[in-house]
Design a protein around this ligand. Sequence first.
Ligand code: EPZ
Length: 427
Amino acid sequence: MVFLLKSYLKGEVKISGSKNAFFPAVGAGIALGAKVIRIRNTPLVRDVHVMLEIISELGGWYSINDKNEIVIYAEELSPQTIDRETFSKIRGGVVIFGALLARFGKAHIPFPGGCKIGKRPIDQHIKAARSLGFYVEEEPDGVKAHGDIKGTKISFDIKTVTGTENAILMAIRSEREVEIHNYAREPEVQELIKYLERYGVRFMMDENTLVVDPRYRKHVDEVDFELIPDRIEAGTFIICAASTEGKVKIKNVISEHIGKVIEKMKEAGVKIRVDNNEIEVEGCRNYEPLHVIADSYPDFPTDLQPQLTVMLMKAKGKSVIEERVFPERVSHVYELMKMGANIEVSGNKIIIYPSELHGGEVVEAKDLRSAASLVIAGLTADGGPTFIRNFEIIERGYENFLGKIQKLGAKFYVEEREGMKDVSYPA
Ligand code: EPZ
């Protein structure tokens, strides 16, 4: 449990490597048949550690150094059945499906888990495997697939990020070009494309279709990837700075990856200065109301919808966020209401009215991004401290979050947890 007090954030913060670009990097290494997979700029967050546990279960091993570099030794990897409990802790692990199919022509995975933000089926991943000609068996607890690639075309019914990553990975086994229609274009998918291009896989793309040509891929023993900065962490700090009326310089950001976020912040009246890979944010007391659509890239990211919900309570009028990716991603709304938020949920719309949040309440984080939104709420609420239960869930995806906000002047106190190490938050 963490106790937060109203604070104004000021100073500089450096963004860590992207959590969601880590999983496809592991997948790319496996699919390319590498014995050694080196991944630099890895955020040392809980979901990354779970992925490494999955790798160990598959017969690999790994090392981590103090420069955020992870080396996976994948020579002994085999497509064995993975423990259900481990696999169900994260979503990103699902890329193992495509990676093992590419490397061994077979895979057996339990259903993935991850944040509980609505239905998260894998029917599109299965569709991709079947479209390529793999024989797929759906079991009560997971999916088993084997075979060789005969198909050359995948058409997704909806845009799916990890589904597209899996399709690209599976295509690496093909002896012909593979077309992927209606693919997701999130920066993490674009990074996967870059990882593979580096080792000879060719790609052609337009807005709707991605063509993977793996025929010229290099057979290498070792691959080396560097992760891009985490765009969702960067967006979280932008919104946090704006909400607390702070002034924060955010370093190590690729601003094109958060183009829509910057656009919407400017529209609300947040002062934003972009300078190469740095963004300076200056907040103020009230903002213009917004209408935001949270949808696939390049639209506003769903992973910043809960954080934006908090900021929009400082708007001068009614704002609306349409959540088109995970319409059930509203757990934060009900927690914010306990703090005085005047919000309504209507279908996939979150309607936010100007509200003064008050502290002294106990709220509960149900998933990673709602934890971030509740922190922002706690830092902006008047009165006594805000208590966030299950706050630890933030460690799934934000590296040293408390250390970073403490350096920016956030006032908080962490209650000792049983079995928790003495955490020190470097100033
Ligand atoms: C990725 O999840 C991210 N996770 C999520 O990050 C992110 O919220 C999401 O993309 C959307 O941007 C990782 O990259 C590890 P989807 P993913 O498949 O791939 C439906 C975070 O906080 N769908 O693009 O699981 C699905 O229900 C997280 O870091 C199907 O119906 O998301 C959703 O409505 C959480 N069938 C929509 O598609 C499928 O087979 C998009 O989901 C697959 C998805």
